[in-house]
Design a protein around this ligand. Structure first.
Ligand SMILES: Nc1nc2c(ncn2[C@@H]2O[C@H](COP(=O)(O)OP(=O)(O)OP(=O)(O)O)[C@@H](O)[C@H]2O)c(=O)[nH]1
Ligand SMILES: [Mg+2]
Length: 345
């Protein structure tokens, strides 16, 4: 079983990549499982990935590079015993440093380490460098492949400026600029070439020294073992709510959009330049959808999901953003839900 880490700041496109990459690896004859980590108490992405047809295990309640590192090793061992896929894709939380995860993986038997893929959200690159330069730099340094994503939101000038900055930070990584949304074939080509490399182990020689030198990373990164330490100053809150059936898809979609807009508006009042991820997944017997906002600039994105039937009707609302206290996030989400869904008053 070989492990591929798909990392990157909140909302950069990790889950979108994991789904596309997982399916592409399967097309190339590799069996795939997924472990997905969220810092809040309840996860969203595990449900989403499973609904998109990949075997997935969710690890919420903290970051797998520090507070949840033992839960990670236990989960990897369980996937190995129960499924033993060719490839295990790991999506860490958006605040994780992949070098720490790689260190844990290297202590395990029967598991080998594949490449680290680091997503950078081009639409937030400047804001993030201003806000958390050290942490973003470390995420880039920790990657073997950097995917500069959301190219559809960038001018040609910005694209070339960001490519230069990323290459300066990590000249050893292979950089691909692409848009997971436009799907122009760049990601498929990347995934197919990765599948070939994973089959013949050729990526190993290209592994980045910032990752392979574990002693160096231990010394440099020992601070992030402290659960209170938070390089991006991100706090999070998530909660699941049982819900009643909606009259139709339009009514559910409108409610979900209104809810996310209302949460976004309240967060903007506390931090007009917030970055992170507000997301919700809503599922009933006849409706399933996900809504997402990743920064103060974003309009909500809606994704319809396959309906599986016989589901508990529920909605999970998740917020992880910069520079807003957890209590504020909890209050904002609870009052927005009460306003949109009167049964929660
Ligand atoms: N415009 C645009 N949006 C994108 C692109 N790729 C992903 N997105 C959107 O960005 C949002 C976040 O994507 P996710 O894949 O959920 O990001 P993530 O990194 O898994 O987020 P967290 O797990 O919460 O940290 C979703 O609404 C995606 O549809 C892209 O290339 N362009
Ligand atoms: Mg995700």
């Amino acid at each position: 079983m070989k492990i591929v880490i798909v990392s990157g700041f909140l909302g950069s496109g990790k889950t979108t990549s994991v789904i596309k990459l997982g399916k592409r690896l399967q097309k190339n004859g590799l069996s795939v499982s997924v472990i997905v980590n969220d810092i809040a108490d309840v996860g969203v992405d595990g449900q989403f990935i499973s609904r998109k047809g990949l075997e997935s295990k969710e690890l919420p309640k903290g970051c797998i590079c520090c507070t949840q590192k033992y839960a990670l090793t236990a989960s990897i061992a369980m996937v190995h015993v129960q499924q033993n896929p060719d490839i295990l894709l790991i999506e860490p939380s958006g605040v994780a440093f992949p070098a720490r995860i790689k260190e844990q993986v290297q202590k395990l038997d029967h598991v080998s380490m594949g490449p680290v893929i680091g997503l950078i959200d081009g639409s937030k690159f400047e804001d993030l460098m201003q806000h958390s330069e050290d942490a973003i730099t470390k995420q880039i340094e920790n990657a073997d492949f950097v995917l500069l994503n959301k190219k559809d939101m960038l001018s040609t000038y910005q694209l070339s400026e960001f490519e230069t900055a990323i290459t300066e930070i990590n000249p050893d990584a292979t950089l691909h600029s692409l848009s997971l949304k436009l799907d122009d074939g760049s990601f498929t080509n990347f995934a197919d070439s990765l599948a070939r490399n994973l089959k013949d182990d050729s990526y190993i020689s290209g592994m980045n020294t910032a990752i392979t030198n574990t002693n160096e990373t231990s010394d440099q990164d020992s601070d992030i073992l402290d659960p209170e330490f938070n390089h991006f100053n991100v706090n999070s809150y998530a909660h699941s709510y049982p819900i009643n059936e909606f009259s139709d898809q339009d009514q559910a979609t409108q409610m979900a959009l209104d809810l996310i807009e209302s949460i976004k508006k309240s967060i903007l009042e506390l931090n007009p330049r917030f970055m992170g991820h507000l997301k919700m997944i809503l599922q009933t017997d006849s409706i399933a959808l996900k809504v997402s906002v990743t920064s103060y600039r974003d309009q909500p994105e809606i994704d319809s999901l396959s309906i599986e039937g016989n589901e508990d009707s529920k909605m999970t609302v998740f917020a992880a953003v910069t520079d807003v206290a957890r209590d504020n996030l909890a209050e904002i989400i609870q009052s927005a839900v009460s306003a949109e869904l009167p049964e929660w008053n």
